[in-house]
Design a protein around this ligand. Structure first.
Ligand code: PLP
Length: 390
């Protein structure tokens, strides 16, 4: 008899990777015309030099593929910036890769350095893309809880999570969603563990310039013994408010960058050519005051939203960096964080993300995440709406 069961089906992985809760909430918020503090899309202005640089590059015909590792001018400008801000010397010809955002950097690095079945430590609360990207490659993410309320690193928990299959640890500093900045002391402890167990450290530093209240951003790559094992990923989505441009970068030892670039080429070929030129203009020409101004502006926005959440009875964790706030949602109706987020949307028109998106099942159910990288007028509107429920 002919077998009538169709062979057309989703892959083994497809059902396990769900639509991000962040996108779902953004859709619900837009549908009701609310103020969307759910998604980390910055509404702030693109620096003129960056926007004009990209437009000029298009007009000048710089629209074809670039070298797979990106244009030399941008790689050189990034290497100079990293030397200036972190004291890390990198070879722009062999150790810098321009990527399709920090996301493309993480994907390509994971393909080049990890095998199916490998285990990778991810700090919780985590950024969902890190976890799901690893799962998508059949790598096993192993969450290690940071200790609330200050989200401190627990080195004993790190050690306890390590098995013979552990290959890497993912650091995100400043962190989404907690706003945690790993201190130098914490990173030194983590570096010692990485050296002891011979682990890669993937470090996502996309919020490196969003640092508040005297906190200092330190990259694990700066620490002694860490140069060879650190894969530094960052980008311009947040710094230049160009999330849709898809321009990021990766810095690593030359012995890894060739293979990482190979995988990046297979998926993306190159980051968008004229946009690389616009970003290069920005990195070359914007003064240090641009970056300090960015931090100051966002610190003021942080204060606005922290105060409003307090007034609304939703005790916030005050972040040291990035541009998100995790706040207490226990006063909202709902059986879980997703329901509480929808209650808040219904009551106030303010979109947030369920804290459960950043924890293992059962965690984060009394937390909501709010993004404050918004135009002041929109943020003020959201703050007014939040206070309305008090
Ligand atoms: N990494 C973290 C921690 C993020 O929060 C985000 C965006 O929200 C990204 C990476 C995405 O960066 P990119 O746009 O450069 O891919």
């Amino acid at each position: 008899m002919v077998d009538t069961v169709s062979a057309l089906r989703l892959s083994e992985l497809a059902p396990r990777v769900l639509q991000s809760e962040i996108r779902a909430m953004s859709v619900a918020c837009d549908a009701m015309g609310g103020v969307n503090l759910a998604q980390g899309v910055c509404d702030t202005e693109v620096p003129a030099v960056v926007a004009e640089g990209a437009q000029k590059a298009i007009r000048d015909g710089l629209n074809i593929y670039t070298r797979l590792d990106g244009i030399a001018r941008l790689r050189t400008a990034i290497a100079a910036q990293v030397a200036r801000t972190h004291g890390i010397e990198v070879d722009p010809e062999r150790e810098v890769l321009i990527t399709s955002g920090a996301t493309g950097a993480f994907q390509a690095a994971s393909l080049a350095l990890l095998n199916p079945g490998d285990e990778v430590l991810v700090f919780e609360p985590f950024y969902g893309y890190h976890l799901n990207m690893l799962k998508g490659m059949r790598v096993v993410p192993v969450p290690v809880a940071l200790v609330a309320p200050a989200w401190e690193l627990d080195l004993e928990a790190v050690r306890a999570a390590i098995t013979p299959k552990t290959r890497a640890v993912v650091v995100n500093t400043p962190s989404n969603p907690s706003g945690k900045i790993f201190t130098r002391k914490e990173l030194e402890g983590l570096a010692a563990v990485a050296v002891e167990f011979d682990l890669f450290v993937f470090t996502d530093e996309i919020y490196e310039h969003f640092v508040y209240g005297g906190a200092k951003h330190v990259s694990p790559m700066e620490l002694p013994g860490m140069r060879e094992r650190t894969i530094l990923m960052s980008g311009f989505s947040k710094t230049f408010s160009v999330t849709g441009w898809r321009i990021g970068y990766l810095i690593a030892d030359a012995k890894w960058v060739g293979s990482i670039g190979y995988f990046h080429d297979l998926t993306y070929v190159c980051a968008p050519a004229p946009l690389q030129h616009g970003v290069a203009d920005g990195v070359e020409q914007l003064p240090p005051s641009y970056y300090t101004g960015l931090a100051q502006d966002h610190e003021a926005k942080r204060t606005m939203l922290v105060d409003a959440l307090r007034d609304a009875g939703m005790n916030p964790h005050v972040p040291d960096g990035a541009y998100y706030i995790l706040a207490d949602a226990s006063s909202l109706q709902g059986a879980n964080a997703a329901e509480k987020a929808r209650t808040l949307l219904r009551e106030t028109g303010v979109g947030s993300v369920a804290g459960s998106a950043f924890f293992r099942p059962g965690g984060g159910e009394d937390l909501l995440r709010f993004c404050f990288a918004k135009k002041d007028a929109d943020l003020a509107d959201a703050c007014r709406r939040l206070r309305g429920r008090a």
